[in-house]
Design a protein around this ligand. Structure first.
Ligand code: SAM
Length: 243
């Protein structure tokens, strides 16, 4: 899968991408990262990428010309792909969106700065808008990295464990069960006996129950939408009555 990122701060990407498992996946040819500096597509002496807002007010706005030129010149040699604007006004990112985007061969991510971008970019260049949550950051670089990370780890071969992403929180509509590792006792705190039993049937039932309980207690909103068997629905109802 190919990621094209358009940003005014291209140097912010490599420290994370090169230090993570994503770099290994890129070396194996599973991922390609192309980070483009929007400033390289300016033509004036000062390489201007922003200007004051029409109508007045504080802050600066990213100018349309370099953004259009950057995106159009890079993507003109590529098959059509979504151009996703990182914005706190977009649809809120979640695992389902990550799964959908992971089916595509390429996505382009546009990172805003300052007060954001000239509205004509959003109207005529951008095809999708994604927020990483209801708060405002100084730029779209961290949101773009979050998308890249969440999407890339879903691609076959990227994670060491091929089934690693399957049980993750939100992948199955539930939060994931708790994990334990060695030592079996730490500061007097043990590990649930079931996990040490070697009985895979029992372990998998325990994990499913724990996932159900965690989701019930922490995210009842997503439990309502999860696909549960009759027995699981009864388990939840019994649990609610007990509590
Ligand atoms: N004035 C804009 C508004 O109120 O919608 C916010 C601009 S913000 C300071 C600058 C840039 O950071 C945005 O253009 C966007 O690219 C990015 N950004 C900030 N918060 C974000 C979020 N929650 N999700 C995605 N991108 C975000």
């Amino acid at each position: 899968m190919r990621f094209d990122v358009f940003t005014l701060l291209p140097d912010t990407f490599s420290p994370y991408l090169q230090a993570s498992i994503l770099q290994k996946a890129a070396e194996r040819g599973l991922l390609e990262f192309h980070v483009h500096n929007i400033r390289d597509y300016t033509h004036d002496r000062h390489h201007t990428t922003d200007d004051t807002p029409y109508g007045g007010g504080g802050g600066m706005v990213m100018k349309p010309e370099p953004v259009f030129e950057a995106v159009e010149s890079v993507l003109s040699t590529q098959p059509a792909c979504p151009v996703i604007l990182m914005t706190p006004q977009g649809r809120v990112f979640n695992q389902k969106i990550a799964l959908d985007l992971a089916t595509l061969p390429q996505v382009a991510l546009l990172c805003g700065r300052y007060e954001g971008i000239d509205e004509r970019i959003r109207e005529h260049l951008v095809t999708d808008e994604i927020s990483i949550g209801d708060y405002v950051l100084t730029g779209g670089e961290l949101p773009a990295l979050i998308l890249i990370d969440a999407i890339a780890r879903l691609l076959p071969g990227v994670l060491g464990d091929p089934d690693g992403a399957m049980d993750d929180s939100h992948a199955s509509g539930l939060l994931e069960y708790p994990h334990y590792t060695r030592p079996p006792e730490f500061r007097g705190w043990g590990v649930p006996e079931t996990l040490l039993s070697g009985d895979h049937g029992r372990i998998s039932r325990w994990r499913r129950e724990q996932a159900l309980l965690r989701t019930l207690h922490r995210r009842p909103d997503i439990l309502e939408k999860a696909e549960l068997s009759k027995a699981e629905q009864k388990f939840i109802e019994d649990q609610k009555r007990k509590e």
